[in-house]
Design a binder for this molecule. Structure first.
Ligand SMILES: [Zn+2]
Ligand SMILES: [Zn+2]
Length: 247
């Protein structure tokens, strides 16, 4: 991906655009798991960072399964130790990202009896400070995450799987809807999610739900480099992005 601005490259980029090729976009993965703390992922944070750098992404948001989801973190440890273990995939990805030039942001995927949410904009310390978060309802989660300046995305709202028995929608307790998810493996789930987002006027997200098995990646593209997870959220709120498939 070329992001420079000298004259000849500018001409080349316009030529590519006429051919229908998107250029000059900064692409971010919004839904990614690492094997350090997601029981279902086969790649470490550092491996994920290298793969995404090679694929041309500008950054990734690490969203490992929280303790109420498919987490590999033991339940019988003190809260802080559990959060340290939970954050290891992000930290390893971040360390590698800093070396190779890939932005790495923190998030997590919370699970309420099969209904899942990507929580963005908060950090590890906030989790350490809220050991009661496991007892929250979906409504309480939204209230507390918003009060701290975070952002809630309903992940794959129409996915049906053995671990997701029914579709449950909470338009008043989310800020955005994941309307494209490679892990769904079902275009109909994506179509219903897009319709749902539109109906409630909620921003649409695209995420690979990367666990290391997927053949295709997707993401969200911005015209400028994103400096922080808060910067990411601000740009989404302003609608200054596009959903990108087939990366
Ligand atoms: Zn998983
Ligand atoms: Zn996921």
């Amino acid at each position: 991906m070329y992001n420079g601005n000298d004259y000849y490259c500018w001409i080349y980029c316009r030529y590519l655009e006429r051919l229908g090729v998107t250029v000059g976009l900064y692409i971010y993965e919004t839904h990614l798991h690492t094997k350090e703390s997601s029981a279902c992922s086969i790649l470490s944070g550092a491996q994920q960072a290298r793969i995404y750098k090679k694929a041309g992404y500008a950054g990734i948001i690490v969203t490992d399964h929280f303790f109420n989801g498919n987490s590999s973190v033991p339940r019988n440890l003190p809260w802080k130790e559990r959060i340290d273990m939970f954050s290891a995939g992000y930290e390893n990805a971040k360390e590698e990202g800093d070396k190779i030039g890939l932005s790495v942001f923190f998030g997590w995927e919370a699970n309420y009896k099969g209904t899942e949410f990507l929580i963005l904009g908060l950090d590890k310390q906030w989790m350490i400070d809220h050991p009661d978060m496991m007892s929250w309802s979906i409504e309480e989660q939204y209230k507390n995450v918003k009060a701290a300046g975070g952002y809630v995305v309903h992940a794959h709202p129409f996915r049906i799987r053995p671990y997701i028995k029914e579709v449950r929608l909470f338009p008043d307790y989310v800020d955005a809807v994941e309307t494209r998810n490679v892990g769904n493996g079902n275009i109909e789930f994506d179509r219903q999610a897009a319709e749902y987002a539109k109906k409630h006027n909620l921003p649409a997200f695209a995420g690979t739900d990367a666990h290391g098995y997927e053949k295709e990646r997707i993401g969200m593209g911005f015209n400028k480099k994103i400096n922080s997870i808060q910067d990411f959220i601000d740009n989404v709120k302003q609608g200054e992005y596009q959903l990108i498939s087939n990366i």
